[in-house]
Design a protein around this ligand. Structure first.
Ligand code: HEC
Ligand code: HEC
Ligand code: HEC
Length: 145
């Protein structure tokens, strides 16, 4: 009898071992990553919510990281991001359209891009979809410097 119980118990745990990961896998794969639609939006103000000063010399604020690449200083001209970037980044200008510059900055390196690997590369990190009018827009926020 005791032996039978042991076998039943072992069987029970074996079933659990198979089903728990299966349930977990189904749950996570159905969690489609769409900020503001299926998951909380952790960057409701767009650029400035990710491009922050994380400390320890990791300053990702855009005035800092662009200047490091030799970009013209934007500290005083830009007050709202990315709206004011468009003062220069117009279609057909030398600076090129902002969409071209920003899409390239995040997707050009494919799966090597930290934006793709860490932030799941979603369009909805920067764009927002109004769930009543279904219009898409670009999130924005005041500068963080
Ligand atoms: C969800 C987080 C997130 C948001 C929102 C975001 N970025 Fe980024 N951005 C990143 C990451 C991560 C990288 C580094 C990509 C890589 O590894 O190549 C990056 C890279 C860049 C770069 C290249 C230079 C640099 O700083 O490394 C620019 C320029 C840039 N972003 C501008 C913007 C602008 C403008 C916006 C808003 C329209 C924006 N980003 C929104 C995460 C974000
Ligand atoms: C005063 C005008 C001006 C403003 C404001 C400006 N840019 Fe630029 N930007 C330029 C010009 C001009 C170039 C082209 C430089 C070149 O080709 O050498 C450029 C190039 C870039 C590039 C590609 C090359 C590089 O340096 O990385 C990125 C990305 C970029 N800008 C992002 C931004 C973002 C994001 C903002 C707003 C936070 C912004 N820019 C605001 C003038 C501006
Ligand atoms: C890192 C921020 C960021 C991400 C991620 C992003 N966009 Fe954009 N997108 C912008 C910015 C900034 C503009 C310029 C806004 C403007 O011109 O008013 C823009 C403009 C656009 C436009 C209008 C201009 C054009 O190029 O035709 C479309 C369409 C667009 N994005 C689609 C997408 C799609 C689809 C994805 C996902 C594959 C995506 N974007 C991901 C920041 C982003």
């Amino acid at each position: 009898m005791v032996f039978m119980k042991k076998i039943l118990l072992m069987g029970f745990f074996a079933v659990l071992l198979v089903t728990i990961p299966a349930i977990w896998v189904t749950a996570t794969s159905s969690d489609v990553f769409l900020p503001g639609i299926t998951v909380d939006d952790t960057a409701p103000n767009g650029c400035v919510d990710c491009h922050t000063n994380k400390g320890d010399g990791q300053d990702y604020r855009l005035n800092i990281s662009l200047a490091k690449e030799g970009h013209v200083k934007i500290d005083s001209i830009v007050k709202t991001l990315p709206t004011d970037c468009m003062l220069c980044h117009k279609e057909g200008s030398e600076a090129k359209a902002l969409s071209t510059r920003v899409h390239e900055a995040h997707y050009d390196e494919g799966d090597e891009s930290h934006f793709v690997t860490y932030y799941q590369g979603s369009c909805l990190q920067c764009h927002s979809l109004d769930t009543t009018t279904w219009e898409m827009s670009v999130k924005s926020g005041p500068k963080n410097w």
